[in-house]
Design a protein around this ligand. Structure first.
Ligand code: BG6
Length: 492
């Protein structure tokens, strides 16, 4: 066990939706890694709940299969898997039908054993599940409930979901996951800004020209049933990207206490300039991919992936937009955002583009100084890069060249980078809500997103087509170039 790993209190983690994809792909592998590193042991229990009729033995077998499939081979250790599997048990349950309510046996009343409920199920089941928990006597004032997106499809539906959960659980018991907040590089944004003296004095409109946030994916979307109802705005921008924007833009919190950070994020959200009907055409672009080729393989278009009854869908698989934050620090600094499926590659980054130097003493014929850029690479190739001007080595004048100061996490650290869920699942046990969304944050994000969605829904035009394997529709290039700027493309 690494000396930096501090074990958590023993727990009973009840996972609803235990046979679903999220549990198989993310939750069980994440818990396995934490177990393997000694962060918890057999004193803790993981209780799977779902509608399928399974025995403990069958559930354990399925869990073993998930680990073999979704944990990297080098971390699979048969003895550890056996011990981990022994912490698992299963309950078959249908929350919608009292006659089919199962009993969660063996929940411990000892206050030292943390009790957590993870609702890895559809949001319309959150309410009935919370009621089931209460009526069966499993609720405790110190118990925690974990919920995850889609937390509504607009403000009203999000309020409804939160109202249902809050009938049983108080806000300090509710852990709303945005898995981007669990990513190492996203947390590193806080370290970069607030554990160094270097950036904060220049982190404002006097020194920053604009910010770019790109979350590009090469995967497609049309075969994922829910996506057509959601689209890129709700699927990526309302949550993950807005959270990134908040971490770039927030004022220094006084501490890392949950509410200190979340209060500051909320202020950013409330300062976002509304994009109203009149601005939608100017400030947003939506696209949908057509057939093309990604990573050398031919791929079909979004429409061709959809079932017959969905053909003709106007759901956007790409969004670019220009956001503005109306406060002292950020006045006049646009935040250009883009995200999409079936783009050139999987690449997510934040680029802070600083202003040009006020006066150059150098002869422009020798290469004009370019403004500095800080590139925070979220995935893959996690790291931070500062693009700086230096003198090109050698005799014969003062030629200037842009060179990266490059901090690559893979080269700097030998430790494995934990997955977002590893951190978040155990933060629930630690009782730390810092990396989880508070209700008012979530609702403020919907308030900003809803008018964009409504304007698009009212518009008669379809999303702009783009060829799979490109950087999206030409409108996205025009969006930024109209302002005399360009999207960052990494030449280094
Ligand atoms: C999910 C979205 O929340 O995040 C998916 O629903 C998206 O559409 C995924 O693919 C991206 O997560 P990551 O961690 O792969 O960047």
């Amino acid at each position: 066990m690494s000396s930096r790993i501090i074990p958590v209190q023993p727990f009973d983690y009840v996972v609803f939706g235990a046979t679903d994809d999220l549990t198989k792909r993310k939750l069980l592998p994440a818990l396995y890694h934490r177990f393997k590193d000694g962060q918890f042991d057999e004193q803790s229990r993981i209780i799977g709940v779902s509608r399928s009729t399974l025995t403990d033995v069958e559930f354990r077998k399925a869990a073993r299969d998930s680990i073999t499939q979704f944990v990297e081979k080098e971390y699979q250790d048969e003895k550890v898997i056996d011990r981990f599997i022994s912490t698992l048990s299963y309950v078959s349950n249908d929350v919608n039908d009292e006659k089919k309510w199962g009993d969660i046996k063996g929940l411990r009343d000892d206050p030292k054993v943390v009790r957590a409920f993870y609702l890895a199920i559809a949001p319309d089941l959150f309410g009935p599940t919370c009621e089931y928990i209460k009526k069966k006597g499993y609720y405790r004032r110190d118990a925690r409930v974990v919920i995850e997106k889609p937390l509504g499809h607009d403000l009203a539906s999000s309020e409804q979901i939160n109202d249902e959960v809050s009938k049983i659980f108080k806000e300090d018991q509710v852990y709303r996951i945005d898995h981007y907040l669990g990513k190492e590089t996203v947390q590193n944004l806080l370290a970069l800004r607030f554990a160094n003296i270097l950036f904060e004095p220049i982190w404002n409109s006097a020194h920053i020209d604009h910010v770019q946030i790109t979350v590009a994916e090469s995967v497609g979307a049309g075969t994922r049933g829910y996506y057509d109802e959601s689209g890129a705005l709700r699927d990526m921008i309302q949550n993950h990207i807005i959270q990134l924007l908040c971490l770039v833009a927030l004022e220094p919190p006084a501490s890392d206490a949950a509410n200190a950070l979340r209060d500051e994020k909320l202020k950013v959200l409330r300062s976002l300039k509304p994009i109203t009907n009149a601005d939608v055409a100017k400030c947003t672009v939506r696209g949908q991919y057509r057939a093309g080729s990604v990573d050398g393989a031919a791929v079909v278009g979004y429409q061709d992936e959809l079932p017959e009854d969905k053909k003709g869908s106007r759901t956007e698989t790409f969004v670019a937009l220009k956001a503005e934050i109306e406060n002292w620090r950020w006045a006049g600094v646009p935040f250009y955002i883009r995200t999409g499926k079936r783009l050139v590659s999987r690449a997510s980054e934040i680029v802070i583009q600083f202003r040009a130097i006020p006066h150059s003493m150098f002869d422009h014929a020798e290469g004009a100084p370019r403004p500095n850029r800080l590139v925070i690479r979220i995935q893959p190739d996690e790291g931070v890069k500062l693009l700086m001007m230096i003198k090109d080595p050698g005799p014969g004048g003062m030629r200037l060249r842009e060179v990266p100061l490059n901090l690559s996490f893979a080269q700097t650290f030998t430790e494995r980078t934990p997955e977002a869920y590893e951190r978040l699942l155990l933060d629930v046990i630690r009782g730390s809500q810092t990396l989880f969304m508070r209700r008012d944050e979530l609702e403020a994000a919907w308030m900003w997103v809803d008018p964009i969605r409504e304007a698009w829904d009212a518009a008669t035009d379809a999303p702009q087509p783009y060829t799979a394997g490109t950087w999206g529709p030409t409108g996205a290039i025009a969006l930024i170039e109209r302002d005399g700027r360009t999207w960052h493309e990494d030449g280094h």
